[in-house]
Design a protein around this ligand. Structure first.
Ligand code: EPU
Length: 338
């Protein structure tokens, strides 16, 4: 087992923060993972996978386990549907492309989301009208304390908007090692309702889109406004979109009749945090190497050498301004390690 010391985590987090791991080990198999969890010499363990939803604000004084277990298999199939199992270390977008190459439908709206498949269930990744939970069957997770492999089905995961049991009661207790998804082989359910997808398909003159067409549309939309972490460090949306009550919504509406919103129910409205942040004048703002993306204010970026603390300070400043101007609290979506 190759346990390394004082390793920079810069290549392992999409924000590109140069925090250090006291100890570091690459995990490529389940048996190896079990053995590492048993190591008494390293009582503190820290799990990192795709590192795409992570803000490191300090060095990690623990054994960092980089989950890099690969593999994609068909569990069962008939002429209409297929259940696939993907190991945690597979790149999410690569997995979505593999599904499309095989003609499996269900994940096309989730194209180009950074990160790995093992961490995708933690925050129930979602985009353009689809969430992971819509096609999720189950996941396997290893209990850190015992090394036991446990299966979590859809209900057990308690998925919500950018939320699951792995962000709450099960936080820091399990390592997701694989996930199973139920996909279609024909009569695909197409989710084209999201305005930007319709516009993109119309632009290309596509009337009867295939799952590949939808994936291509999503890729084009994402590339037009979201920065590529390989070029500009970021973690996607930094905040969750807040849900506010009718009273507060009506009050904001008075001064901002064009406020974009989505009706959750009669009395609750989801507001794009990106809009709130833009209204506070932060879009495109840069403080040192920490910044707010110029095309999507919900995304904080690292222009090169920002520290996690600098990104966090900017995030805190944004939260305070949004609270002051709109009386709305916006919560981070990203896992912040303080
Ligand atoms: N808007 C602004 N200014 C901005 C950004 C957005 O005014 O700088 C307003 C616009 O009116 C726009 C609306 O917000 O029409 C919605 O923007 P967008 O379609 O970009 O979606 P979002 O609500 O900002 C969410 C997800 C994204 C996901 C998109 C598409 C969250 C926290 N974010 O963003 O997810 O890709 O919808 O479904 O729910 C991620 O989680 O990392 C992520 C990128």
């Amino acid at each position: 087992m190759n346990i390394q010391e004082n390793i920079s985590l810069k290549p392992y987090n999409t924000f590109g923060i140069d925090a250090k791991a006291r100890y570091f080990v690459e995990i490529t198999g389940l048996a190896q993972l079990q053995k590492v969890l048993e190591l008494k010499a390293y009582p503190n363990k820290f799990i990192i996978s795709g590192g795409s939803n992570l803000l490191l604000t300090k060095d990690i004084d623990a054994l960092v386990l980089h989950i890099n277990i690969k593999g994609k298999t068909v569990v069962e199939e008939d002429t209409e549907a297929v259940e696939v199992k993907v190991m945690a270390g597979e790149n999410w977008h690569g997995f979505v492309m593999w599904c499309l190459d095989n003609g499996y439908g269900g994940l096309e709206n989730l194209s180009l989301i950074p990160g790995n498949t093992g961490t995708a269930p933690i925050q129930n990744i979602g985009a353009y009208g689809v969430e992971l939970k819509d096609v999720f069957v189950s996941c396997a997770a290893m209990e850190i304390a015992t090394g036991e492999l446990i299966s979590f089905d859809l209900e057990a995961c308690e998925f919500g908007y950018r939320d699951s049991i792995f962000k709450r009661e099960a936080k820091n207790k399990y390592i997701i090692t694989s996930a199973n998804f139920g996909l279609t082989k024909k009569d695909h359910v197409l989710n084209t309702g999201y305005g930007a997808i319709e516009d993109e398909l119309r632009k290309k003159g596509i009337v009867y889109p295939t799952i590949r067409d939808i994936s291509n549309a999503v890729i084009a939309i994402r590339q037009s406004k979201l920065p590529d972490p390989k070029e500009l460090g970021n973690s996607g949306s930094f905040f969750k979109n807040p849900v506010i009550g009718r009273k507060k919504f009506d009050r904001i509406l008075k001064n901002h009749p064009k406020i974009p919103h989505y009706e959750v129910d009669e009395d609750q409205f989801k507001i794009p945090a990106g809009w709130l942040i833009e209204q506070c004048g932060f879009k495109g703002k840069r403080i040192g190497d920490a910044g707010v993306h110029e095309k999507q204010a919900l995304v904080l970026v690292n222009y090169g050498n920002a520290t996690g603390k600098e990104i966090l300070d900017l995030a805190t400043q944004i939260q305070q301004e949004v609270l002051k101007k709109f009386d709305v609290k916006i919560e981070p979506e990203v896992n912040i390690i303080r």
